[in-house]
Design a protein. Structure first.
Length: 230
């Protein structure tokens, strides 16, 4: 008897992540790193307002492969015997297979599908390897699927709206600082130029002395004098 793979699981395999969103191609941070389990598509953070009531699964990146948090995935499917890895204090699971060719196997634990070396007692290196193993040996994946009616993004996920609220304030403050900096720079340049102009006029009249030169070049500082010897 054949089996029917869950639609969200198929989308997690086939959808492309960490590519630019075609709907928000001109927006910043438009990489598609979320899987909407109800629409079965990959979306970017700017798409969230249209999917705010849907089940959302954040996809992360680890050693150039797509991963999801074990805590989130375990709400959707039984992840026992799948080796997890720790990144940023969170355990993650690889989504797809990572085939590794081995001509000779030594003693140890290896993945049931791709022959990758594993720690005890794990026998699958990814979600895809476990799904293939279950389908091959038990022909039915339904006992491993779990009912999950709500699934929200983790608290550490950065929403684009929150970044957008800070941008106008920071840009206005930085603009004011830039204007003040430009004004101060212009004033310094004007004073320096006036000093050079005075110096040039004196030299044209052949009336330049050491005292005039020092005064014109530095209006705020006098000529340094050596203290008398005692």
């Amino acid at each position: 008897m054949g089996y029917q793979k869950a639609a969200w699981l198929e989308a997690l395999y086939t959808e492309k992540f960490f590519v630019g969103c075609s709907y928000h191609e001109n927006a910043k941070k438009n990489e598609k790193n979320i899987c909407c389990l109800d629409c079965c598509i990959s979306i970017c953070p700017h798409c969230l307002p249209s999917h705010r009531f849907h089940r959302l699964l954040q996809v992360r990146r680890y050693v150039y492969h797509d991963v999801v948090r074990l805590e989130d995935l375990d709400k959707l499917i039984d992840c026992s015997n799948v080796q997890a890895y720790t990144i940023n204090s969170a355990k993650v699971v690889f989504i797809k297979k990572r085939p590794q060719n081995r001509q000779f196997k030594g003693s140890g634990n290896y993945c049931t599908s791709c022959d990758r070396s594993l720690q005890e007692p794990f026998i699958h290196c990814s979600l895809g390897c476990k799904v293939d193993f279950v389908v091959k040996h038990y022909k039915d994946l339904s006992p491993y699927l779990r009912t999950c009616k709500t699934l929200q993004l983790s608290p550490d996920f950065l929403m684009p709206q929150e970044m957008g609220d800070d941008e106008p304030m920071s840009s206005s403050s930085s603009g004011s600082e830039n204007m003040m900096s430009m004004a101060c720079t212009s004033e310094i340049v004007r004073k320096r130029r006036s000093g050079w102009n005075v110096c040039a006029r004196l030299m044209a009249n052949n009336k330049v002395s050491d005292e005039d030169m020092a005064t014109s070049m530095s209006r705020r500082k006098g000529i340094p004098h050596r203290s008398p010897l005692c």
